[in-house]
Design a protein around this ligand. Structure first.
Ligand code: HEC
Length: 108
């Protein structure tokens, strides 16, 4: 009897943890963005997706907070030039979106 209760409790907990995970990811994104005057959460996530889509094929994603705005403004064009070496993959608009996402959360 006790054992059954324990097992069902474990199952409930496992399901609960599992289902709350995606919400937690979104919450973390909101918390870590310091200054979002006009960008809605959806807009920030759209830019984050572009960053993930284009910036992790050669190396691990760098944390936005690992560089200052000044550094990102130098690094991103360099990276984009490398990505676009054989034709435009990241256009100017996407570059700007990636840069603005990184700057939102950059090192001070
Ligand atoms: C084509 C492969 C490739 C892609 C795609 C790529 N990188 Fe890089 N990245 C490199 C290489 C190679 C280096 C190390 C050499 C260098 O610093 O130029 C590097 C280094 C870096 C560094 C460390 C540089 C420093 O000066 O500290 C950062 C940060 C970085 N990349 C960010 C990005 C971002 C942001 C994107 C997306 C816009 C991106 N990378 C996409 C190849 C790539």
């Amino acid at each position: 009897m006790k054992k059954t209760l324990l097992i069902s409790l474990t199952v409930i907990l496992a399901v609960a943890c599992h289902t709350t995970k995606p919400t937690k990811t979104v919450a973390t994104t909101v918390e870590t963005v310091k200054d979002v005057p006009s960008d809605s959460l959806a807009e920030v996530n759209r830019k984050k997706n572009l960053y993930e889509q284009h910036c992790m094929s050669c190396h691990d994603l760098a944390k936005p907070s690992s560089e200052t705005e000044r550094e990102w403004r130098k690094i991103v064009p360099n990276m984009v030039a490398m990505i676009n070496k054989n034709g435009i993959v990241v256009d100017a608009k996407v570059e700007e979106d990636i840069l603005s996402y990184l700057i939102l959360n950059c090192k001070n």
